[in-house]
Write a protein that binds this ligand. Structure first.
Ligand code: CP
Length: 298
């Protein structure tokens, strides 16, 4: 496996995470026009699952960095003839791509790709990890609070099917934040500390709502309709009103409006949902810079 791959937040030390975040900040504040100083930088985006934010913010980052980009249409590729993930990625390497971004429904799909030599950037694996989503979440908090040490974070909702929950737990604990989880008990995970959202809402710095991942089989026996979910487990206006002045609301999106969060709160003052997406381009620029082995901006 190429050492500049990004597969899981487990693989990054606190120092490496902070290097990526500081590069993302430099892309924002100083090096907006910086491009990869390579003779060629061909990047393939290989998405086996649908995506708007991850796919097109990677593409935006790649284009801003001067990469040449190929969007691999999985449905028109030889995947439809039964070609394996490994053979598909080895083919992209053989025909000259220098890096590949992959989203795939299988947990830890990248374990099959040990013999691939080009960097692999994980755009989400099943219910496993979503490292660039985690990095953009961290950047959003870092920009807001100036530190990730000592933050009090609650992540609410469909924890069981969420790769965002596990990546954020891993990273935030490594960086000194407290992370707890709320929502339906059927969707909690072993080893993830559970709290009642109503008991902690007035003390948290960050409340991160998660989408119900119905495509991964999420269903509740006690959920009559979307309004009952919002009332019981979501960010309603009543809960929002209890947040501290300095607290922020996050959601990886896409949002089920009126389910995880009241639709009027998606762009409320404390919401950072759309800024999270802008931060996604910055961290993906930093991750691509790292993938191509550039440590500095010189
Ligand atoms: N947050 C996120 O991963 O969104 P997409 O599925 O649209 O990429």
């Amino acid at each position: 496996m190429n050492k500049n791959s990004l597969l899981s937040m487990r693989d990054l030390s606190a120092e490496e995470i902070m290097t990526i975040l500081n590069d993302a900040l430099l892309f924002d504040e100083k090096y907006q026009d910086w491009q990869l100083p390579c003779r060629k930088a061909l990047v393939a985006n290989l998405f086996y699952e649908s995506s708007t934010r991850t796919h097109y913010s990677f593409e935006s980052a790649e284009l801003q960095l001067g990469c040449k980009v190929a969007d691999i249409a999985v449905s028109q590729s030889s995947v439809t003839k039964g070609e394996t993930l490994y053979d598909t990625v080895k083919t992209l390497e053989a025909v000259g791509y220098d890096a590949v971004v992959i989203r795939h429904p299988q947990d830890a799909y990248y374990k099959e790709l040990e013999n691939v030599n080009i960097p692999i950037l994980n755009g989400g694996d099943g219910a496993g990890d979503h490292p660039t989503q985690c990095l953009l979440d961290l950047l959003t908090m870092y920009k807001e609070f100036g530190t990730l040490k000592g933050l009090n974070v609650v992540i609410c909702g469909d924890i069981l099917h969420s790769r965002v929950a596990s990546s954020n737990k891993e990273a935030l604990e490594k960086l000194g934040s407290t992370v707890r989880f709320a929502g339906p008990k059927e969707w909690q995970r072993e080893g993830f500390p559970v709290v009642d959202l109503d008991e902690v809402i007035s003390e948290v710095d960050v409340v991160m709502m998660l989408r119900i991942q119905r495509e991964r089989g999420a269903a509740l026996t006690d959920m009559k309709d979307d309004e009952s979910y919002l009332e019981k487990y979501g960010l309603s206006k009543a809960r929002y009103a209890k947040l501290k002045d300095s607290a922020i609301v996050m959601h990886p999106a896409p949002v089920n409006r009126g389910v995880e969060i009241d639709t009027d709160l998606v762009e409320a003052e404390k919401s950072r949902i759309f800024p999270q997406m802008s931060n996604g381009v910055l961290v993906r620029k930093a991750v691509i810079k790292r993938a191509f082995g550039f440590e500095s901006f010189e």
